[in-house]
Design a binder for this molecule. Structure first.
Ligand code: SF4
Length: 692
């Protein structure tokens, strides 16, 4: 037992792991962080927490932290520590030189959903105003970009519809492609409370997640569909709603448009549960029963995760769920809605802040003259009216020789993006890769400049969680690198000739509020006074907006969009007879850069490959055997774990440890609308590994 002693002071802040956004009191003794205590008045967590937020903060003071800028000419050279002034003028000079030789569009930046809204806003402004292009994208590209697209097309804005509290009024809860007990544990507890009170649960997932059967909770339906067939399944549910007369006619007539065209499409026989049974693998009668329950069981809410978005039809599926919710009138009040469970702490915020190459803050297109004019007037710089490059386009352009310099804010693209080999080739092809991070991550192996970043314990700003709740993040300790991340973006911009200056991050929020109508009423002073607010927060909604689309959709009328099913290009073949899908576990977080540097790693020291007993027997594989997992793009070695959580023909792994690198096998296949990678469907073969 370690005596940590009594704390002498505390700082109210926000967890930096998942999109639940739990509030904590960081308790200190002197300058030493003693413990994280969940805050009972936290808007998102009401005093609850999980093992990540509560215990996994030690990475912030881990000896692997780099706190000095470093430079090298070639990626094969040794790193050389330097001071901030030298590093910043070096970065600015290199970016300027590349632009002079190769054109202004030959450089760009990537923002991080781990960083604050203010830090993200500063980087996208640096790209747009100092780099002079729209080549800015965010790591949400590889997770929830289809949410942004799909919900905007149907409802008019790129965000979930409800606050977490709303689930207490749900009678039917549908969980699609999410594993809340592992990925969003504090929200899962709220959900389970409601299920124990009697709400019905429908789980749509290839894997038998814990929620399907857990103490005092049992799903009434587990639609265990084949990976890559979400759209066929949601269309089949909508087909039942339309053809069995379960449409909420008054809601549709009063609140929506383009219903008749959609209804004609969805009523076609090809969308019936019977017609798609062979595609989805789900018995037609189960689909019919689930659809009837959703449509007639009272308030019905959809919660979904990356098992929806990380598909070649991720955006189509988001629209398919929105269609289903509108057709049954399950939008615009407590207990209903379409709700993305965001993976990272600030995915919502990084998207809100104008990190997409086609959108300025508040999801307004760069082609909109009136919107551009607002920013141009304030920033005194022209903004291009054409979208810039998305992350995968940057990689392709780098390999093709037309993109040469990249600023990467807190994202390990070399490990977390699909088709690792292609990402490595792109990074190797660039003249300048600047990585800003806590650790020398995998991407830093390809970097020419490393700029030390700050952990959440050093940040001063805001995160926006999955329910659009803007929470304050307050510094518990001084920035270890001696500089805040937003200051670094400002200084690079200034060194490139664009005067970007703030005295405090609250001034960045003030600027965000001045140019973003949904944030018009947000300020640090307001957040300090009321705790948190959910956007839109403005004159119309000074206290924020817990439930959206009440009375009217953001776009006026909710829009039905036909969603034809198109099979994934990734499908099992004789050579690759199994399908790989991926997910997370409770104690670990994403690529593990943080949680692997805490005691939580003991709970999950390695990634394993879950394989069904029949598939294992066919291959003579036992639990604990080392197996080689091979796709058409690469192969990796993992330990096998025999499990019947997956159906026959499907294997599953996590991606928390760089050694096993699931993304060595994931392919370039991606969502048609947003290029979000199809992480959830990869045709693979599995065999015994050859151990030297
Ligand atoms: Fe942090 Fe998410 Fe756990 Fe809350 S549920 S403590 S936000 S990781």
């Amino acid at each position: 037992v370690v005596d940590l002693g009594m704390p002498t002071r505390s700082v109210l802040t926000t967890c930096a792991y998942c999109g639940v956004g739990c509030s904590f009191k960081a308790e200190l003794r002197g300058d030493e962080l003693v413990r994280m205590v969940p805050y009972k008045d936290g808007g998102a967590n009401e005093g609850h927490s999980c093992v990540k937020g509560r215990f996994a903060f030690g990475y912030a003071t881990h000896p692997d932290r780099r706190t000095k800028p470093m430079i090298r000419e070639k990626i094969t050279d040794e790193w050389r520590e330097t001071d901030w002034e030298t590093a910043i003028s070096h970065v600015a000079a290199k970016f300027r030189d590349i632009q002079e030789r190769k054109g202004s569009g030959s450089i760009g930046g990537i923002t991080s959903s781990r960083c604050t809204n203010e830090e993200v806003f500063a980087v996208q402004k640096m790209v747009r105003a100092a780099f002079g292009n729209n080549n800015v994208d965010t790591c949400a590209r590889v997770c929830h970009s289809p949410t942004g697209y799909g919900l905007k097309q149907t409802f008019g804005t790129s965000a979930g519809t409800q606050d977490f509290r709303s689930v207490a009024a749900s009678d039917v809860i549908v969980v699609i492609g999410a594993n809340p007990t592992d990925g969003h544990p504090v929200f899962a507890s709220r959900m389970k409370r409601r299920l124990r009170e009697g709400a019905k649960l429908i789980v749509i997932d290839p894997r038998r997640i814990d929620l399907v059967r857990t103490p005092h909770v049992e799903a009434s339906h587990h639609l265990q569909l084949a990976p890559g067939t979400n759209v066929a399944l949601v269309n089949a549910m909508a087909h039942v709603v339309v053809t069995e007369g379960l449409v909420d006619r008054s809601f549709v007539e009063d609140r929506c448009e383009e219903f008749d065209e959609w209804a004609e499409f969805i009523a076609r026989e090809e969308n019936s549960p019977e017609a798609v049974e062979d595609i989805t693998g789900v018995p037609a009668e189960d689909v019919r029963e689930a659809a009837r329950l959703y449509a007639t069981g009272g308030n019905a809410a959809i919660y979904y995760g990356l098992g929806v978005t990380e598909h070649s039809q991720g955006s189509t599926m988001v629209m398919g769920m929105a269609n289903l919710a509108m057709a049954t009138g399950n939008i615009g009040r407590d207990g209903v809605g379409v709700n993305p469970l965001r993976g990272q702490n600030n995915v919502q915020g990084s998207c809100d802040m104008g990190s997409f190459p086609h959108e300025l803050s508040g999801y307004r297109h760069v082609a909109d003259d009136a919107v551009r004019e607002v920013f141009e007037k304030l920033w005194e710089r022209p903004i291009l009216d054409e979208p810039g490059l998305r992350i995968p386009n940057m990689f392709d352009a780098a390999v093709a020789g037309s993109f040469h310099g990249l600023f990467v804010q807190g994202e390990d693209i070399a490990q977390s993006d699909p088709n690792t080999q292609h990402v490595h080739a792109a990074l190797e092809a660039m003249e300048l890769v600047v990585v800003q991070d806590l650790f020398l991550n995998e991407t830093a192996e390809f970097a020419h400049v490393f700029l030390p970043g700050t952990s959440f314990l050093e940040k001063d700003g805001t995160f926006t969680n999955a329910e659009r709740r803007i929470n304050r993040v307050r510094p518990v300790m001084a920035p270890k690198p001696g500089k805040d991340e937003w200051q670094v973006a400002c200084e690079i911009a200034r060194a490139m000739g664009y005067d970007m200056h703030y005295a405090h991050p609250s001034e960045i929020m003030d600027e965000i509020a001045s140019v973003t109508p949904t944030f018009a009423g947000v300020s640090f002073a307001k957040l300090d006074e009321v705790g948190s607010v959910q956007w839109p927060c403005n004159d119309k909604a000074p206290q924020g907006t817990p439930v959206m689309h009440v009375g009217e959709f953001v776009r006026g009328k909710g829009r039905f969009v036909p969603t034809p099913f198109v099979a994934s290009r990734e499908r099992s073949t004789r050579r690759y007879p199994l399908v790989l899908t991926t997910g997370r576990i409770l104690s670990q977080y994403n690529v593990g850069a943080q949680t692997r540097r805490t005691a939580n790693v003991a709970w999950h020291p390695e990634d394993v490959l879950e394989i069904h007993p029949h598939d294992a027997e066919d291959r003579g594989i036992s639990s604990g055997d080392l197996v080689e997992l091979t796709s058409r793009v690469g192969s990796t070695t993992l330990k096998a774990e025999i499990s019947d959580r997956m159906p026959v023909g499907v294997v599953y792994t996590t991606f928390h440890h760089p050694g096993t690198g699931a993304n060595v096998v994931t392919t370039e296949s991606s969502d048609w609308a947003t290029n979000c990678p199809e992480y959830k469907v990869t045709a693979v073969q599995v065999g015994h590994a050859v151990v030297p």
